[in-house]
Design a protein around this ligand. Structure first.
Ligand code: SF4
Ligand code: SF4
Length: 303
């Protein structure tokens, strides 16, 4: 009998406690190995997956979140009340007899000025926070974004990227969404981890890297996520590598693999290729092995 059950795609987020751990190189390699996953670049504050995958964008949309206050100088009576009431100091009045000026980069869109203006001279408009892109890469569709100048709400932008990637995956029957998460622990990271099947944490064996790993593992535990770890550049500090493996073992977190320092990653990145395409032995084979283990955790069948 035909299996008519529609299955949701699996979701894997690759994260790290800090930037520069090789997270995006590993995500790019997984994209090459996964065969037609949907890619979601959720590192919206410092997106760089596009450097590796050269996406061809076919759809761009403005992303709106929150509000900005806009003043109508024709209606304003220059009473100065909004200047007094804005606790973010976004409104200034250089000339007492002229309408004040609102600094859009400082305005938090709280709406107080709009509410208290006796002349109804201030309106709140939807704020543009960035751009959302739908693209095609040599490994499958990709959704990515760019935060606007002074843009905040990066957590909401991450959620928008993930939602669109999920929609594309479900509509076109992709079995996997690969998510490049933000480094650190802030709002965008939490948004990139919510509801995923597996979180892969890329850690470097430095004292700060070990500390960051502990915090990211705590975050995954807090959200009840299955996590596994890759130790990148494991040979730069064998003592800390050993501490990381002990910590993972104590926390019952699988170490999916260890990769030595190898400048082939940088060379591949400069060539615009993943380490799999660059085929630099032996690290490319190590990444293949890691992918097999992660795919096993996700329950994805491998050829
Ligand atoms: S409160 Fe309204 S009328 Fe008064 S200065 Fe501000 S914008 Fe102008
Ligand atoms: S919306 Fe809030 S932050 Fe923005 S200018 Fe008005 S009072 Fe200030």
């Amino acid at each position: 009998m035909a299996d008519n059950i529609k299955r949701s795609p699996k979701r894997l987020t690759v994260i790290s406690g800090k930037g520069g751990t090789g997270k995006t190189s590993i995500l790019g390699a997984f994209a090459a190995l996964a065969h037609n996953a949907v890619l979601a670049d959720c590192d919206v504050d410092a997106a760089n997956l596009h450097l590796l995958l050269a996406p061809k964008t076919h759809k761009t949309e403005k992303f709106f979140a929150g509000y900005k206050a806009i003043l109508n100088p024709q209606t304003c009576t220059a009473c100065g009340k909004c200047v007094e009431m804005c606790r973010f100091r976004a409104i200034s009045m250089p000339d007492d007899s002229a309408p004040p000026i609102i600094d859009a980069l400082v305005c938090e869109g709280c709406g107080v000025c709009h509410d208290i203006c006796p002349a109804d001279a201030i309106v709140l408009e939807d704020a543009v926070c960035g751009d959302l892109y739908e693209s095609e890469t040599r490994f499958g569709p990709m959704v990515h974004a760019e935060l606007g100048v002074g843009g905040e709400m990066s957590g909401k932008l991450v959620t928008a990227v993930r939602t669109r990637a999920d929609e594309i995956a479900e509509k076109n029957g992709h079995g996997l969404v690969l998510i490049d998460g933000s480094p650190g622990l802030g709002c965008p990271v939490i948004a990139s981890l919510a509801g995923v099947d597996v979180a892969l944490i890329v850690a470097e064996p430095t004292v700060s890297g070990f500390h960051d790993l502990g915090r990211v593992l705590d975050l995954c535990k807090h959200f009840g996520l299955d996590a596994c770890v890759v130790i990148n550049k494991h040979d730069i500090n064998p003592d800390v590598t050993s501490q990381i493996t002990s910590c993972c073992s104590a926390s019952k977190v699988e170490v999916a693999g260890e990769i030595p320092y190898d400048n082939a990653f940088t060379k591949a990145m400069l060539a615009g290729k993943t380490i799999i395409e660059y085929d630099a032995a032996p690290v490319a084979d190590m990444v293949r092995d890691i992918w097999r283990r992660v795919a096993g955790l996700l329950g994805i069948e491998q050829e």
